[in-house]
Ligand binder design. Structure first.
Ligand code: BMA
Length: 332
């Protein structure tokens, strides 16, 4: 399989990259040797920086970062980088300009995703509005940010837009939940003609039982789906409930290009699970939580940004064709 299976991608010759380690078991994904790339105290008042979103911007990179402060308030901050590895993250949270003065205030913000669609960068996040809800906004320059209507009612998390319209509509994945730490969770699909009114809700996939225990408690979409000739490559997290609590790993599935609620293939094994110290020790132990991916359409290189133990941010690399092959060869 060649890298030409990436559809509608962009050339990204300057994306972060490191060749796989020569020694040891050959993994489909390998961690950056300099992990974590973002320390917990990389801003003036951050307790932790994790579950964050990164995109190509102006020949370099920009991002929206989940920074919990030392009062443990959850918020999102803008950040910039020349190489996708060394980041300068703003000390102050993003102040959204309301597109309608009647828009309700947000009690907190966390777990952002960012995607360029048509003429602007859209940001989705988990928005505090009578509990966890989905928030949506946009920016042109990562300086001024505009907040739109919440696409969905509480309780919902892990809202992720598709990078293009499906048919005539914008499309989104989300994960309905409860007001707590949610011991369940399936991925759903929704469409909207205007990014305000959402409907056509469809079930995509749910947790699995003894067939694949790493994803037996709940699952949720990770980075924005990547378009390939084999389907939308969806990297998603799954949760196992152990005697010591939740364990967050991630893997991938392929969704139908025109009917993305239809699952073409879904991997049984995880691609990456909490195994390194910085993934296992932190504010919430044993969490690897992907929120963003960079892809170079010419080489098929993939870089995944993932939160580690709800404390720091890590980077893992792979090749799109190998991840697609992994899903097809290890499908349930
Ligand atoms: C989820 C979210 C994530 C977090 C995970 C593990 O419910 O809060 O932000 O990484 O739990 O604590």
């Amino acid at each position: 399989m060649s890298n030409s299976l990436i559809r509608n991608g962009m050339s990204l010759p300057n994306m972060p990259w490191e060749e796989p380690p020569k020694q040891g078991r050959k993994e489909v994904l390998w961690r950056y040797s300099g992990n974590p790339v973002i320390r917990r105290d990389a801003t003036a008042r951050s307790n932790s920086i994790f579950n964050s979103a990164v995109v190509p911007f102006n020949g370099a990179f920009a991002g929206v970062f989940r920074c919990d402060d030392t009062a443990r308030r959850m918020n999102i901050h803008a950040g910039f980088s020349q190489d996708g590895i060394n980041w300068k993250i703003e000390d102050e949270p993003i102040q959204f300009i309301k597109t309608d003065p009647e828009l309700p205030d947000s009690e907190y913000k966390y777990d952002p995703r960012v995607i360029f669609i048509e003429d602007r960068y859209y940001i989705m996040w988990c928005n505090g509005y009578h509990g966890a809800s989905i928030g949506l906004g946009y920016t042109f320059d990562f300086k001024k940010f505009y907040q739109m209507e919440n696409p969905l009612m509480p309780y919902n998390r892990n809202g992720v837009l598709f990078p293009r319209k499906i048919g005539k509509n914008y499309a989104m994945l989300s994960r309905p939940s409860d007001s707590g730490h949610t011991p369940f969770g399936d991925i759903f699909y929704s469409e909207s003609p205007d990014l305000v009114y959402w409907g056509k809700h469809r079930h995509v996939m749910g947790p699995l039982g003894s067939e694949s225990p790493w994803q037996s408690t709940k699952i949720g979409a990770g980075p924005v789906p990547i378009e390939t000739s084999e389907g939308w490559l969806l990297i998603y997290h799954g949760v196992l409930t152990s005697c010591n609590g939740f364990v967050y790993s991630f893997s991938a599935a392929l969704l139908d290009l025109e009917k993305p609620w239809k699952v073409i293939a879904r991997a049984r094994p995880y691609l990456l699970s909490p195994q390194r110290d910085y993934e296992c020790v932190g504010d919430v132990p044993n969490v690897t939580f992907p929120c963003a991916a960079l892809v170079d359409k010419d080489t098929g290189r993939l870089a995944i940004y993932y939160g580690c133990a709800d404390t720091v941010t890590g980077l893992a690399f792979g090749k799109i064709d190998e991840v697609v092959r992994f899903v097809l060869d290890n499908r349930l």
